[in-house]
Design a protein. Structure first.
Length: 120
């Protein structure tokens, strides 16, 4: 009866969003898909999608939740009024926020990834 849902935007949905937008978006999805789920760019992508989709206000018995995370994300991306560049900029800001948070928390397991993510 209910679709398979996560509490927040699931990383396994990212590759399936590739065709939702234009070429810049597809390049971003391709880039993020190749990274581990705990990489700052992957986490930044998830944070961006949580904000775009309104995942924090999604209830398990809501229409959005019943349709599933993939359907919700596709719909939000199709309805997004900005261009792909605006989405790329949102992603970059989210990556910066994630990186800043991880640095602030001084999590040793991601310290090496942060320096390589910022160098790229």
């Amino acid at each position: 009866m209910y679709a398979e849902n996560e509490l927040l935007f699931p990383a396994q949905v990212i590759p399936q969003l590739r065709q939702a937008r234009g070429e810049e978006w597809q390049d971003l999805v391709d880039q993020v898909t190749q990274l581990p789920e705990d990489h700052p760019e992957s986490l930044g992508f998830a944070l961006m999608m949580v904000r775009l989709n309104g995942c924090l206000s999604c209830e398990t018995d809501s229409y959005r939740a019943m349709r599933g995370c993939l359907s919700c994300a596709r719909q939000v991306l199709h309805r997004h009024k900005g261009n792909d560049t605006s989405l790329i900029q949102r992603h970059q800001r989210a990556v910066e926020e994630v990186s800043d948070y991880l640095e602030e928390m001084a999590l040793p397991q991601v310290a090496s990834r942060l320096s390589s993510a910022r160098a790229a």
